[in-house]
Design a protein around this ligand. Structure first.
Ligand code: AMP
Length: 434
């Protein structure tokens, strides 16, 4: 058998010492495959199209060459990165600052749902890197005095398929009109769609394509299973799974914002550390929820697909698909939240009699037939009484909260964890007394 080729080091790929040190500080021992492919070309100044699965280390594949260029020519608004979601933008911005700490790189995330004024102040401080969602960036280009992309030397379109899928096409076109033509462009995407190909033709110059995985694959270190459940006992099976996974850090995906709220209430009333995150919440609550989950204050994040792309939370060891995604490709993004960068992870999908077709489509997409998670009905249904009571409390809470919101016209419409915690604790006491 031929010996496996040795992986070159960051230094051997042309990364300068200060940045190699920063990678070492982050605990990165060797470049990931996308970094091995992309770094030498990007460091030579080529435009790139990167097709890489989420969790592959693609952020550093574009951040390191930009930071290396900043070492030579340091000026404000050096690079602009477009991201499809707010959370991903914040994460990319943090990675730029971590990798560029030696030269004091300043990066800001410019995303919706946060005060324009505060962001204008942050932009006024001349950061080197701006990581933005397209809509909010355009707002600033139109309304924030003195802010422009005139000096941008690098433009990155990250998760371009999602940017275009989210209907940001018009905003991206507007942004492309105001970035200098003399620039380098990196376009990263999990999948190459027709729209991405069109965008590539519009904004890249003689690009090189780097690709590290076939189109729709999940990480080899990911153990994937499904559990077939009767729809009427879905919550019961869900709680059973969580009990089986006790001590794990899990992301639970639902189809709707309302379900994130309902499930988080049910779980909290059963004593789990669950917190919801969805597009219905204000940005400050979304960030707060994510922070609590990342810090380990809560071990279950209940989310919609808002959270399925790009988020990098190394501690996630289980992904549960409470609802099967209607778009099969979302399955890949969801389960990509675990088993990242060579770690192991587990994904379990709850399939009811109504989801069989959707689920089959996922198995076709990933080209695998997955094993069934062992769950004995009689054991699962022992939980029924407790779960029904928790469902009842959650429904009552939602009804009361929505009614009081309507009547008092409360400004803050999101489900506040602090309120719920107190409320549910009170209800639990009451229900124990009964
Ligand atoms: P990304 O695909 O950019 O979201 O990165 C996924 C995860 O891989 C993040 O936690 C990174 O910090 C981590 N990572 C990136 N590059 C490396 C590397 N060379 N070695 C180990 N972990 C890495």
């Amino acid at each position: 058998m031929a010996a496996a080729a040795a992986v070159p080091s960051f230094g051997e790929l042309g990364v300068r010492e200060e940045l190699v040190d920063a990678c070492t500080k982050l605990g990165w021992k060797a470049p990931t495959p996308i970094q091995v492919e992309a770094l030498p070309l990007a460091l030579q100044g080529r435009d790139l199209i990167g097709l890489a699965q989420t969790g592959s280390g693609k952020t550093a594949a574009f951040a390191l060459p930009i930071l290396q260029a900043l070492f030579q020519q340091c000026h404000p608004f050096f690079a602009c990165v477009l991201s499809p979601t707010r959370e991903l933008a914040i994460q990319i911005s943090e990675q730029f600052e971590a990798l560029g700490s030696q030269i004091g790189v300043r990066s800001v995330a410019i995303v919706g749902g946060v005060s324009m004024v505060d962001q204008a102040v942050a932009l006024g401080k001349n950061p080197h890197i701006v990581v933005a969602t397209p809509g909010r960036l355009l707002d600033h280009l139109t309304n924030t005095k003195g802010f422009s992309l005139r000096n941008v030397k690098y433009l990155v379109l990250d998760e371009a398929d999602k940017i275009l899928h989210n209907d940001f096409e018009k905003e991206v076109d507007e942004i492309l009109k105001v970035v200098p033509r003399e620039r380098k462009t990196f376009l990263f995407s999990a999948t190459m769609t027709n729209k991405v190909a069109k965008l590539q033709r519009a904004c890249l110059r003689n690009p090189t394509k780097v690709e590290v995985s076939s189109k729709y694959t999940t990480a080899l270190t990911l153990k994937q299973e499904y559990v077939f459940v009767p729809a009427k006992h879905k919550d019961c099976y869900f709680v059973f799974l969580l009990n089986e996974m006790a001590g794990s850090t899990a992301m639970v995906f639902t189809r709707t914002c309302d379900s994130t709220r309902r499930l988080a209430l049910i779980l909290r009333s059963l004593g789990f550390g669950a917190i919801p995150i969805s597009g219905q919440m204000s940005q400050s609550k979304r960030s707060g929820a994510l922070l609590k989950f990342k810090a380990g204050d809560r071990n279950l994040l209940i989310c919609t697909d808002v959270a399925s792309r790009g988020l990098d939370i190394p501690s996630v060891d289980v992904v549960i698909n409470y609802d099967i995604p209607t778009n099969s490709k979302d399955y890949i993004h969801r389960v990509g939240r675990t088993a990242r960068a060579g770690r192991s992870g587990r994904a379990i999908s709850i399939v009811t009699q109504y989801d069989v077709d959707l689920y089959k489509r996922i198995e076709d997409l990933i080209g695998m037939t997955l094993p069934e998670f062992p769950a004995k009905a009689d054991e699962v249904l022992l939980l029924e009484e407790r779960v029904s009571e928790a469902q009842r409390l959650a429904a009552m809470h939602i009804r009361e909260k929505d009614a009081s919101k309507k009547s008092k016209k409360r400004r803050n419409g999101d489900d506040d964890e602090a309120d719920d915690g107190g409320y549910m604790a009170g209800k639990r006491k009451q229900s124990k007394k009964r």
